[in-house]
Design a protein around this ligand. Structure first.
Ligand code: KIV
Length: 254
């Protein structure tokens, strides 16, 4: 296990782990210099960067382009590259995709799915590539899985989520994202889980750490903000004001 990943693994039970998305060089450099533990080049870049309605339009070519830029910027954080939809349908394809993302500078890869992805995760980790799992709400499958609703609300779903976590752990992942899951269930999974759990929309303090989409954190995508987001800035208003000042200056030169 490389030393960056080992440092994250060692945080279990000791201190919370921070993870943020970034998709480009300047953002990744700022986020890294601010001291975040892990930077996720998420396939949320489909919406945040590329104007797609959801993550299902993101290709491996998109991801390689953005991961390479982020990796150029980051000195300290663990860079995690999301594997796009249909690039890990078989264990062989999953390994080829993971190798391609590592070749452009990722430290680890992330893929969506628990028990159903156990073989894919195992094949990647056995090749020495660190994997972050992703259970709960799976954005790549949200259409088939009944839309954007909280997972783990029934006993049956809560048990299935626990089984998903166990499969991800068995397959050798170093960490697992728990997305949009009933808070008490996320806490129970974290309690039972030997690896780092990272929550998003899964309650405060219920997991070993949290991940947020950078644009939600700084108010850079004002057209949609998830209900669980906790924005710390309003950068889109700043941008609009700066552009308006520039236009006024150009129109009325002194
Ligand atoms: O793509 C992404 O940003 C993600 C996070 C929401 C975990 O997968």
């Amino acid at each position: 296990m490389n030393s960056k990943i080992a440092a994250i693994v060692a945080c279990k039970g000791k201190r919370p782990v921070s993870e943020l998305t970034a998709y480009d060089y300047p953002t990744a450099r700022l986020v890294d210099e601010a001291g975040v533990d892990m930077i996720l080049v998420g396939d949320s870049l489909g919406m945040m960067m590329l104007g797609f309605p959801d993550t299902t339009h993101v290709t491996l070519a998109h991801m390689l382009h953005h991961v390479e830029a982020v990796a150029r910027a980051v000195k300290n954080a663990v860079v995690i590259a999301d594997m796009p939809i249909h690039t890990y349908d078989t264990p062989e394809q999953a390994l080829a995709t993971a190798k391609a993302l590592m070749a452009v500078g990722a430290d680890a890869v992330k893929l969506e799915g628990g028990a159903a992805m156990e073989e894919q995760i195992r094949t990647i980790t056995q090749a020495g590539i660190p994997v972050q799992g992703h259970i709960g709400l799976l954005p790549q499958k949200v259409k088939e899985d009944g839309g954007y609703r909280m997972r783990g609300k029934t006993d049956e779903e809560a048990v299935a989520l626990m089984r998903d976590m166990e499969a991800v752990v068995r397959a050798g992942a170093f960490s697992v994202v728990i997305e949009c899951t009933k808070h008490s269930v996320a806490a129970e999974i974290t309690h039972a889980c030997p690896i780092i759990t990272i929550g998003i929309g899964a309650g405060r303090g219920t997991c070993d750490g949290e991940v947020a989409v950078f644009h939600d954190l700084v108010g850079a995508y004002p057209w949609f903000t998830p209900s669980f987001a906790r924005p710390k800035a309003d950068i889109s208003t700043e941008i609009t004001q700066a552009v308006k000042k520039y236009i006024a200056e150009v129109e009325r030169p002194q």
